[in-house]
Design a protein around this ligand. Structure first.
Ligand SMILES: O=P(O)(O)OC[C@H]1O[C@H](O[C@H]2O[C@H](CO)[C@@H](O)[C@H](O)[C@H]2O)[C@H](O)[C@@H](O)[C@@H]1O
Length: 384
C-alpha cells in the first residue's frame, strides 16, 4: 500500500441516517440488540492498579499485576452468548459494558462519526487477530480473519501494531497491502515517499519482503546491542525455570510465564528485576502473562499511531477517524491518543471487565472479525 492509494481511500460521505439495510449489513452480523443490554444496574467501578514497584518484586503489587495480567483460560473459552442469569461473572461483564459498549452494538454510531472522514484502522495482533494460546510460536490467525483484514485494507489504510518483532508479525499476517509496526511501535515500515522524518537519524532505508525500497522508522536504534545482550542474559537466567520462554523482538525482549508454575513467578520477577537494575536505560511493562523489557524512551504504541497518521497524510483530526482495536495494556497508550485530539475510537478486546481508555469493547477475536466484516461491508455496498 502506498501513500497515494492510502490518500485516495474512500471517505464515508453519506449524510443520511445510517441503517443496516442501507449499508447492506446482514442482521446476523449484529449479534446483540442495537439498544444494548436492557437490564438496569450501576456501572461497576474497577479499581485501577498501582504500577508495580521494582524494588520489591515480592510485594503484592508486582505479583498481583502478574496474576491479573490475563484472564484464566476457562473464561476465555466461555460461550460468548450473553446469558444474564448464567453467573456473577456475566452480570459483571454486562455492567461493565455500560461503560464500554459493544462496538458491534454501536456500529451505526461509529459510522455516523465517520461521515466525511477517512477511517484509518490500527490492529494489534495477539489477542486481537489471533486468540491467546499457550505457545507464542503457535499464535496463528485464521484464514477467515486474514481475508477479512485484507478486505478492510482495500478501503481503509490499515496498520498492524504489535509487541512482536516486525518481521515475525509480517510472517504471521502475511498481507503485503498493510503497514506494519513491530516492537510496540519502535519499528515502523513505510513506503519510501511517506516517511515523515526521512532525514531523522532514527530513519533508515531498507527493502521490504518484495524487494521494494522502504523507510524504517526506529526510534530505539541505539538500543539494539543492549537488547541483544539483555535477551541472552534473560535466556541464561531463566533456562532452568520450566515453562519460561524469552522472546527477542529486536527492540524489546519478552519473558513469558504463562506456562510457568505460579510458585516460580516471583523467581521470574526477581530475575527480570535484577537485569533491569543493571540496565537503568531499560524499563519494564506488563503484557498478558509476559514481562517486557524495553528501552526507556518516550515512545509507545500511542506515539506510533500519531506518527503513522501524520506520515500517511492524516494529520488533521477533522479529516480522519482512527479506530484502534487491541487487548493489551500496551494498547492503552494508543487508546489515550485516539480519545484525545483525534476523537477516534479505541476498542478493547476483553472477556473480563477492566478499566480502559477505550471507548468500546469486543469480547474476543470472533467479535473482532465480525466488526471488521461490518466495516468492509459498508464499503462493498457503495462499490455496487
Ligand atoms: O502487541 P501484541 O501483538 O498483542 O503482542 C503482545 C505480546 O503477544 C505475544 O504474547 C501474548 O500472546 C501469546 C500467544 O497467544 C501468549 O502465549 C502470551 O501469553 C501473550 O502474552 C507475544 O509472544 C509477546 O512477545 C508480545 O509482546
Amino acid at each position: 500500500m502506498d501513500l497515494n492509494s492510502a490518500q485516495a481511500s474512500p471517505v464515508l460521505t453519506d449524510p443520511s441516517p445510517l441503517n443496516k439495510s442501507r449499508l447492506g449489513i446482514h442482521s446476523s452480523l449484529f449479534p446483540y440488540s442495537q439498544s444494548g443490554p436492557s437490564f438496569s444496574t450501576s456501572v461497576l467501578s474497577i479499581p485501577r492498579k498501582k504500577p508495580a514497584k521494582l524494588d520489591d518484586v515480592r510485594s503484592n503489587g508486582w505479583l498481583d499485576a502478574m496474576k491479573s495480567s490475563s484472564p484464566p483460560r476457562k473464561k476465555i473459552q466461555k460461550d460468548v452468548n450473553i446469558d444474564v442469569s448464567s453467573d456473577d461473572a456475566d452480570v459483571n461483564y454486562l455492567s461493565w459494558m455500560i461503560k464500554y459498549p459493544s462496538a458491534l452494538n454501536c456500529f451505526q454510531q461509529i459510522m455516523r462519526q465517520a461521515r466525511n472522514k477517512q477511517i484509518v484502522i490500527f490492529l494489534d495482533y495477539d489477542g486481537t487477530l489471533s486468540p491467546i494460546v499457550d505457545d507464542p510460536d503457535r499464535a496463528f490467525m485464521s484464514n477467515e480473519m486474514r481475508s477479512v483484514v485484507s478486505n478492510v485494507a482495500k478501503y481503509f489504510p490499515t496498520t498492524i501494531i504489535s509487541g512482536r518483532r516486525r518481521d515475525k508479525v509480517y510472517e504471521l499476517v502475511g498481507l503485503t497491502e498493510l503497514y506494519y509496526a513491530g516492537s510496540h511501535g519502535m519499528d515502523i515500515m513505510l513506503p519510501i515517499k511517506n516517511t515523515l522524518s526521512a532525514n531523522d537519524s532514527n530513519c533508515i532505508k531498507d527493502t521490504d519482503q518484495q524487494g521494494k525500497e522502504v523507510n524504517l522508522f526506529q526510534p530505539a536504534r541505539k538500543f539494539l546491542s543492549m537488547i541483544d545482550e539483555v535477551f541472552k542474559t534473560l535466556v541464561e537466567k531463566t533456562k532452568d525455570i520450566k515453562g519460561a520462554k524469552v522472546e527477542h523482538h529486536k527492540f524489546c525482549a519478552s519473558v513469558h510465564y504463562r506456562n510457568v508454575d505460579e510458585n516460580n513467578w516471583s523467581l521470574i520477577a526477581q530475575y527480570v528485576h535484577d537485569v533491569l537494575k543493571d540496565y537503568p536505560r531499560l524499563r519494564l511493562t506488563h503484557g498478558r502473562k509476559v514481562l517486557e523489557v524495553r528501552p526507556d524512551i518516550d515512545w509507545d504504541k500511542g506515539k506510533a499511531v500519531e506518527f503513522l497518521l501524520k506520515s500517511l497524510g492524516f494529520s488533521n483530526p477533522r479529516d480522519v477517524l482512527p479506530i484502534y482495536i487491541g487487548d493489551d495494556r500496551t494498547d492503552e497508550d494508543a487508546f489515550k491518543v485516539l480519545r484525545g485530539k483525534y476523537e477516534g475510537y479505541g476498542i478493547l478486546v476483553s472477556t473480563t471487565p477492566k478499566e480502559s481508555n477505550a471507548s468500546f469493547s469486543l469480547k474476543d477475536t470472533s467479535q473482532v472479525k465480525m466488526f471488521l466484516e461490518c466495516l468492509a461491508k459498508t464499503m462493498e455496498v457503495d462499490d455496487i
